[in-house]
Design a protein around this ligand. Sequence first.
Ligand SMILES: Cc1cc2nc3c(=O)[nH]c(=O)nc-3n(C[C@H](O)[C@H](O)[C@H](O)COP(=O)(O)OP(=O)(O)OC[C@H]3O[C@@H](n4cnc5c(N)ncnc54)[C@H](O)[C@@H]3O)c2cc1C
Length: 456
Amino acid sequence: MASTTGTGAERLDALRASFSGSVLQPGDDGYDEARRVHNGLIDRRPALIARCQNTADVADAIRFARDAGLEISVRGGGHNVAGRAVADGALMIDLSAMKGIHVDPAARTVRAQGGVVWSELNRETAAHGLAVTGGVISSTGIAGLTLGGGLGWLMAKYGLASDNVLAVELVTADGRILDVTEASDPDLFWALRGGGGNFGIAASFLYRLHPLQMVVGGLIAHPNDAARDMLRFYRDAVASASDDLTVFAAIGHAPDGSGMKIAAMVVFHTGAPEDAERELAPFKEWGSPLMVEVGPMPYPVMNTMLDANYPAGSSNYWLSSFTSGLPDELIDVALERFASVPSPLTAILLERFHGAVCRIGVTDTAVPHREEGWNLLIPSVWLDPAETDANIAWTRETHAAFAPHLSTRRWLNYLGDDQGDDAVRAAYGPNYDRLVEVKRRYDPDNVFHHNHNIAP
Ligand SMILES: Cc1cc2nc3c(=O)[nH]c(=O)nc-3n(C[C@H](O)[C@H](O)[C@H](O)COP(=O)(O)OP(=O)(O)OC[C@H]3O[C@@H](n4cnc5c(N)ncnc54)[C@H](O)[C@@H]3O)c2cc1C
């Protein structure tokens, strides 16, 4: 454990002396690289970056920050759209070098450290023919995604990423290292599954795994002028989908970079090939598609299918809300608004919630979003900084145009930086008050506040 007495410089020397990783200051080699996150709009300068190698580094970094009076931000995969992993003048506790993954095939579990991203976890688990629900894009961090709930292709079959957590190795605000399970501390375990980074730093997670080898997945694209009919068909067709089938729909742009607008269904099936064939047939056969690229593939490949739409360093501004239905009026708003979309990387996306994710009670974990329906996401992505104002304005106006048709419920992981306390409360929903109680017990001084904060 690093010494916590002496002057600021002495304390920093003491931290460095015992630290397994590295501690970077402005001007150091690697500092600018380390402060960069996925969202290119975020350009913040921490006072220090503690690049941890292990759990002891995390604990020492927390103690150091508290003694030095520095605020703390926490970086897992760096994908947070709000950029909360990095804060001006703070100590950034960076877990991105903590890449340990250990699969226990007999127990069907995996222990993974807080710097792992989904492509890395999927590769290890797939080597054993196993998988757990992860994010739709493979470069997202397991830590932030899981703590915020974690929706993905497998949620209809196996629930959210957070629904599959069995234990969290958590470093608390006072530097204690806890192995948090349902048995050890039910309230904290409950809060960690959806309460975001409010309760401590997750050094590692233990997940339950499920047998999964090949899936059937892919893209069905239609011309833009079929979008209205395709979305109506989609709405009705997914109503009877089994837990094996998840279909997201979007109006977006052709994946070939031509900028051509299209309407698309992204399909994913975990069942036997003949079941997949039968359940996918109506989707493949509807209308006159421009492209039907659907077939068997390993799950980790499916998990990279949409990665190219979200280039690292691109500018991101996202808004989303849930809806239990897709009335014709909502579909009309989507088409009207998409006609003026400013960026060829932007889409309007419908993420389907049904099956296992909806069979868990609203208050069983900290994630309250258990209603069958859709998360309507407007992930605006653009490359030219000169176009930032136009893209943000379009996204806000589009979300506002949808508002009469949407619920007030919000997906925590997609919240931006500017959406205020109401959006945060709408994301935690009826679980907010219990989360405040847990926060008071484990982080009464709000040491962990660079997140979608639950004030103690
Ligand atoms: C391209 C893209 C695709 C996405 N796809 C999905 C998706 O399919 N499903 C979904 O649910 N979300 C998705 N998201 C949202 C994403 O889950 C959140 O932004 C999440 O915060 C990212 O986690 P991270 O570790 O990569 O982020 P970071 O930016 O590193 O961390 C975000 C916040 O999480 C907390 N945090 C991170 N690591 C730790 C830790 N080890 N201990 C404690 N707190 C920690 C901190 O509060 C931190 O500020 C996506 C985002 C992007 C940009």
